[in-house]
Write a protein that binds this ligand. Structure first.
Ligand SMILES: *[C@@H]1O[C@H](CO)[C@@H](O)[C@H](O)[C@H]1NC(C)=O
Ligand SMILES: *[C@@H]1O[C@H](CO)[C@@H](O)[C@H](O)[C@H]1NC(C)=O
Length: 617
């Protein structure tokens, strides 16, 4: 992408996605790190965004270009540090722009920035004073604007129950203070940027209205964004040069400013996490596109965007696509062997096992939240069906090849019968010689496929009458000799019948064995994926817990015992709920995997039923 494009636009007060931008995201298969920058108009966000993008221009600088669309602009660039990742920069154009006077949509845009990003940069000017905190007003309404679970009702910032859930998916928070003119000092003591931020977010004691008003936004910031970082920038240049900041060379900018800007960028590059949903599931550009769509449609319909529902909707789309992609991989994998039909069972089976494994890999890597294995089952079904078709095609080709070949080989014998060659004394022996020759030629022919013995069996039966009439007509043989030859012939036919049965049985056993193998393979791959996800979830959980415990300790140290106690209870509840959810860590083994197995078994049984029915008939 050479320049940013509008992702979400605001047309006549309605938020809408820009289809081209969604299309762009849908073509993006890499995991994404999403950095959203929010903040008032004309606070110099664009300089930081452009710097993050590694470009001098792109995002319009507030001083020169009026924002035509109040919405969200997007710039996707290759991640400068993480290989095979894309960094998606989101600019919330004109947020809080009083001239445009649309606070309702501003609040939605702020929520969208939170829902979509993995790092949220809040850009403000001057100092972190009460005004700066209050400008972040939308943070106090977040629970009215974002739902985590579809079941829970929207409520105010005080609702303890959902807080921990918010923490698990909320972005990391970075406060960029621009044009800072003071010293980083508290009570005459030099402090770090982070200490400065924390100090600004300290809450006041007391329950009077004034301190509650003061505390509310601070408490919300602390609750929702337990991971916080602060960068303090001096002015980049003289005020009179600010309007041409984007055309200025870096060397013209103030050194202190550049140093902080560099630190800021390298922090974002190194520390910003891959965007995840469903606790620990990495989000690709394509998935981000689905999320944007769902959230914006939900808001446009007048409802509150809900994380759980959006993830479910995305899971449906992605999992169906994963089934289709898996099947396509299987079909492609079988094309090579299909061109060689008829092939023997060993060759067919080897291709089948390999293609099935690859198809499952592709499915597993794309699917997510396929908790009951319904989509894995759908893939197994689709493959099973396709494989059945291929086996029939292989059989038909084999039958045709064998029949044609036998027919061709039979021509000289038929001609000799018509010419009466065998209707002489000793003719039977000559016929048998020719016939045995034919069978030997047939056997010597390679690549006859899976029906070779059966077709020969049928052929021998068909020729039975012909053979027997030549035998009976042979005047050189005694009755006794004829009986012996008849007996020999019967044995030969029975022997061929046995061979045909063995051929069929071997095919059946191989097919059943393969079915078991592919089922086990699918279960194993699914189990690995789920275990990996569980590990991610636990990491996510620990991270959230750690953040909360740090907050609680901080509250206690600063003498807010009551609030600290409340938070401790909340942390305990959270731990307990996590335990219940995992049923002591065995949930996967005791519940999930057995359900997946039952699903796959059903596909298998149906497959076997069809297979056996066909064999028996
Ligand atoms: C704080 O930092 C400033 C500038 O670096 C320095 O001049 C001053 O002496 C420091 N004050 C204290 C109390 O360390
Ligand atoms: C998710 O992304 C992280 C960070 O890039 C990576 O370490 C992890 O392996 C990814 N997980 C999956 C399942 O791809």
């Amino acid at each position: 992408m050479d320049s940013p494009m509008c992702l979400i636009e605001n047309v006549d007060g309605e938020l809408r996605v820009v289809p081209e931008a969604i299309k762009y995201l849908h073509g993006l298969n890499q995991d994404v790190v999403v950095v959203a920058v929010v903040g008032l108009y004309r606070t110099g966000k664009s300089y930081l965004m452009n710097k993050l993008a590694g470009k001098k221009k792109g995002f319009a600088l507030g001083a020169t270009v009026q924002s035509k669309t109040k919405g969200i602009w997007m710039w996707c660039v290759p991640h400068p540090v993480k290989r095979d990742h894309t960094m998606v920069l989101l600019d919330t154009e004109g947020l809080g722009d009083v001239e445009k006077g649309d606070t309702k949509n501003d609040a939605w845009i702020f929520s969208l920035a939170i829902l979509l990003s993995s790092t949220l940069v809040y850009n403000s000017r001057g100092t972190i004073d009460n005004q700066a905190v209050e400008n972040l007003q939308y943070v106090t309404e977040l629970t009215d604007r974002i739902k985590v679970k579809s079941s829970s009702a929207a409520s105010s910032c005080d609702d303890e129950e959902e807080d921990m859930q918010y923490v698990q998916f909320f972005p990391d928070f970075v406060w960029a203070v621009r044009d800072f003119t003071l010293r980083l000092e508290i009570d005459g003591r030099n402090v770090t940027e982070d200490e400065y931020l924390e100090h600004s977010l300290d809450i006041k004691k007391g329950n009077n209205k004034k301190s509650m008003m003061y505390n509310l936004p601070r408490e919300c910031i602390r609750k929702y964004f337990p991971s916080r970082k602060c960068f303090v920038f001096t002015s980049p240049t003289n005020p009179d040069k600010m309007s041409r900041l984007d055309s200025m060379d870096e060397s013209e900018l103030c050194g202190d400013f550049l140093k902080v800007a560099d630190n800021f960028c390298s922090y974002i590059f190194k520390q910003s996490r891959v965007k995840t949903v469903n606790r620990g599931h990495n989000v690709t550009g394509r998935m981000l596109g689905h999320l944007v769509n769902t959230y914006v449609l939900t808001i446009a319909s007048g409802a509150v965007p809900c994380l759980e529902n959006a993830v479910l909707a995305m899971a449906q789309i992605e999992n169906q696509a994963a089934v289709d992609e898996g099947l396509a991989v299987y079909q492609k994998g079988m094309e090579e062997v299909k061109a060689l039909f008829p092939v023997d069972m060993g060759q067919l089976s080897a291709h089948h096992l390999r293609s099935d494994h690859q198809a499952t890999q592709v499915f597993i890597s794309r699917s997510f939240k396929d908790e009951n294995g319904d989509f894995l089952k759908a893939l197994a079904e689709a493959i099973s069906k396709h494989y059945a078709d291929l086996r029939i095609q292989n059989e038909v080709t084999s039958e045709k090849k064998c029949k044609d070949f036998l027919e061709m080989l039979s021509v000289p014998i038929s001609q000799k019968i018509t010419a009466g060659i065998y209707a002489t004394p000793g003719g039977y022996e000559v016929y048998c010689n020719h016939h045995d020759n034919l069978v030997a030629q047939y056997r010597a022919e390679p690549n006859k496929g899976v029906r070779a013995e059966e077709i020969l069996d049928r052929f021998l039966r068909d020729k039975n009458l012909e053979k027997s009439s030549i035998l009976q007509a042979d005047k050189r043989l005694t009755e006794n000799e004829k009986k012996i030859f008849e007996e020999k012939e019967r044995t030969a036919v029975l022997e061929q019948e046995r061979k045909a049965a063995v051929e069929k049985q071997a095919e059946l056993e191989r097919t059943l064995e393969d079915d078991r193998k592919t089922k086990d393979d699918k279960l194993k791959q699914m189990e690995e994926k789920m275990k990996e996800h569980l590990k991610q979830q636990e990491l996510d959980f620990s991270r959230a817990l750690e953040c909360k415990m740090k907050e609680q300790k901080d509250l206690l140290e600063k003498g807010h015992k009551e609030k600290a106690d409340l938070m401790r209870q909340e942390i305990e509840e959270f731990k307990k709920s996590q335990k219940t959810e995992n049923q002591g860590g065995n949930f996967l083994e005791t519940t999930i995997l057995p359900i997946v197995r039952v699903g796959l078994d059903a596909v298998s049984s149906f497959f076997q039923y069809k297979l056996l029915k066909k064999t028996v008939l």
